[in-house]
Design a protein around this ligand. Structure first.
Ligand code: HEM
Length: 403
């Protein structure tokens, strides 16, 4: 549908879709640059994320704008600096090895739930810093919270208290349970002074601009934010990458050969190409706080600009044979800043992009060196909407054989 509108109306067009008033879709790199580099006081992102508020909390970087947003972002950035990623590599590989070892041999199974389990465990170890029994307990509580939480967030009718057993009551109970565990963990670490390589350890010692230490409530919101923003997204992108790989045997063979040699340049290109053609999130949203001219149109205050990741990633003048899955294109040339935008851009660009890139590289390397993978059904999997993400319609079905 989007492609049809694009052909008919050009690079910029408006859609009337709830809850936007309206949604102005843009898809030209020059417009994307203007929006991503525009004044953050004029282009709000936190406002559009308010639906996440009940789960991520009021201190979350996702729901803030302007100065409070920048302050929080500054606090969260250091643990996600590219150079720090090396610390997490061993944990990512160890957990990926354990996950792959549990896969059935020769039987079709969906990769998506497997990747969800894995990315959740990776976040629990590297971000929350919990392990063993505490990890298992928190893992179960978080699965309950995200399951009921996403349903409640997306359906306003469910946010009313319909009595015992209602979705809102179950959501609140699940949230209280998770909060209690997180608060206990923060208190335990503060009391003992125990620190590790995890993100929480860095946040415990981080200080705000005025020298103050983060409160328990703030730390809780940061942890849940990193989980919500970083777990399903990475799991889904990994699943799409596997879905594409098993339908392109030449690419798969080259990626495996590289993984066996310990390299990752081509594997990174495979992930980039999967992110280009099968992005998990299809729009990057900004709400206008003042009128703005975009693509030659005057867009009023209150409208939302939706930068279409899908349309930009398929522009023929940016990508030769745009619909073809050809990772080599990323070895031949680096994508332009506003032409490849699966992680958004500007002051709101995904904080976890280096983490996700590193994680996808390591997880794929482990899978490629441990299992021969094929598609039980050669037809491409359709894109199915789940919440605000697009997932492989059959769950990224694989057949895996030990190598
Ligand atoms: C393949 C995986 C991922 C994808 C595709 C993805 C994509 C995105 C996108 C499109 C945005 C919005 C950017 C914008 O508005 O310009 C975003 C924001 C964000 N992401 Fe990611 N993300 C991924 C993984 C992660 C991970 C692993 C983490 C952390 C552990 C993370 C943390 C965040 C945070 C905190 C924000 C909000 C940044 C802000 O508002 O300043 N993401 N992500």
């Amino acid at each position: 549908m989007l492609q049809r509108y694009h052909r008919r109306y050009g690079d910029t067009f408006a859609l009337k879709v709830w809850p936007f008033d309206p949604l102005v879709v843009i898809s030209h790199p020059d417009d994307v640059k203007r929006v991503f580099t525009g004044d953050p006081a004029q282009l709000h992102a936190g406002e559009g994320n308010q639906v996440l508020g009940p789960i991520v909390g009021p201190h979350s970087v996702l729901v803030l704008d302007e100065r409070p947003h920048l302050r929080t972002r500054k606090l969260l950035l250091p643990p996600f600096h590219g150079a720090r990623m090396r610390v997490y590599g061993d944990v990512m590989r160890e957990l990926a090895e354990a996950e792959v070892a549990s896969w059935p041999a020769g039987e079709p199974f969906p990769a998506l739930p497997a990747m969800q389990r894995l990315t959740l465990r990776i976040i629990l170890r590297t971000v929350f810093g919990v392990d063993g029994a505490r990890m298992a307990e928190l893992e179960q509580a978080l699965v309950r919270l995200t399951k009921v939480g996403t349903r409640v967030m997306l359906m306003p009718l469910l946010q009313r208290d319909w009595g015992p057993g209602s979705p809102q009551r179950r959501f609140e109970a699940a949230r209280d349970e998770v909060d209690e565990m997180l608060h206990a963990e923060v208190r335990r670490r503060r009391a003992s002074g125990e620190r590790g390589d995890d993100v929480l350890s860095m946040l415990l010692d981080a200080r705000g601009e005025d020298g103050s230490e983060p409160t328990e409530g703030e730390l809780r919101d940061h942890l849940i934010t990193l989980l919500i923003a970083g777990h399903e997204t990475t799991a889904t992108q990994l699943s799409w990458t596997l879905e594409r790989l098993v339908r392109h045997p030449d690419v798969l063979a080259r990626a495996r050969a590289e993984a066996l040699e310990g390299g990752h340049e081509y594997i990174d290109a495979v992930v980039k190409e999967a992110q280009r053609l099968r992005p998990v999130l299809t729009y990057v949203m900004r709400t206008l706080k003042a009128p703005m001219t975009v693509g030659g149109h005057e867009v009023p205050e209150g409208a939302t600009i939706g930068t279409s990741i899908t349309l930009i990633h398929r522009r023929p003048e940016l990508y030769d044979e745009p619909l073809r899955f050809r990772p080599e294109r990323f070895l031949e040339a680096k994508p332009e800043t506003y032409a490849w935008i699966p992680f958004g851009g500007g002051v709101r660009r995904c904080l976890g992009a280096p983490f996700a890139t590193f994680e996808m590289r390591h997880v794929l390397s482990v899978i490629l060196t441990r299992r021969a993978i094929t598609a039980p059904d050669p037809r491409p999997e359709p894109r199915r909407r789940r919440g605000i993400t697009f997932v492989p319609g059959r769950g990224a079905q694989l057949v895996a054989q030990p190598l």
